[in-house]
Design a protein around this ligand. Structure first.
Ligand SMILES: CSCCC(=O)C(=O)COP(=O)(O)O
Length: 249
């Protein structure tokens, strides 16, 4: 999403500050709900992992049976804000961010931003029967909010067949792309075009195609064709293992 379908500035200047400013109110208002209990349990596990790994700036949480709700929320908010500031792509953080953004989108305070040419491409592919999917570090809930409530194009979810988030794995890990390919059910990964502005994501996706034989002992060469977008306005670099497709224009 960020940098590929949507301006980075929208994420950095609108979404992240909203989550930063409203995390406390969200946690306080929903603290005893089942959903927030699960979100807090996920955050607690991540914070304990960070503490064990010596991640700087991590604030220990009071024990889970602590009666002082405000102290637990204070510590959670301090950790969440530090994670946002460091732009960490953690499932626990992204899940909470989606919950917080929900209020902003439902109230109309925020609208999603999607580049005009992305909307054009989605519409054209839809007409041709080509399916489009989102795979983002942002949670599936957050993805539906952004694409379901755009400022200039309304609800774009009619063009999107499914949403994937880091519950399938991190975006720099080949295994994640293998999982998505298996879920989509196409015979060959070369039937999937993955678009990103992050080089390591592009190579991870490519390698998932190359590793097909490791996973399934399939003897055929395979690849995922994809473009690494260095600058959306000018340069498209295709990263592929097929020599005939290698080009930088
Ligand atoms: C629904 S995504 C909001 C932006 C965000 O939190 C994010 O991590 C974007 O990640 P992506 O992998 O889509 O660039």
């Amino acid at each position: 999403i960020e940098g590929t379908t949507t301006p980075i500035s929208f994420v950095a200047d609108v979404l992240f500050p909203y989550a930063r400013a409203n995390a406390r109110a969200h946690l306080a208002a929903t603290y005893h709900t089942q959903q927030t209990r699960e979100d807090v349990a996920l955050l607690r596990a991540q914070i304990n992992k960070d503490l064990a790994e010596g991640v700087p700036g991590v604030v220990p949480l009071p024990p889970s049976n602590a009666t002082d709700q405000d102290k637990v929320i204070d510590a959670l908010v301090a950790n969440v804000q530090a994670m946002i500031d460091a732009d960490r792509k953690l499932t626990a953080l992204k899940q909470l961010q989606g919950r917080v953004w929900r209020r902003g989108f439902e109230s109309g305070e925020m609208k999603g931003e999607v580049y005009d040419d992305v909307v054009q491409a989605l519409a054209e592919w839809d007409t041709k029967g080509i399916k489009s999917y989102i795979y983002s570090s942002g949670s599936r809930e957050a993805q539906r909010l952004i694409f379901g409530n755009t400022a200039d194009h309304g609800d774009l979810r009619r063009y999107l067949s499914a949403f994937f988030d880091t519950n399938v794995g991190g975006k720099k890990e080949s295994r994640s792309y293998y999982e998505i390919w298996q879920t989509l059910g196409v015979d060959s990964p070369s039937q999937i075009l993955f678009l990103t502005d992050v080089y390591q994501e592009a190579t991870a996706a490519r390698d998932a195609g190359q590793q097909q034989s490791n996973y399934s002992h399939h003897p055929l060469p395979c690849l995922i064709s994809l473009f690494y977008i260095t600058d959306r306005t000018q340069h498209f670099v295709q990263i592929t293992s097929t020599p005939s497709l290698k080009s930088s224009q």
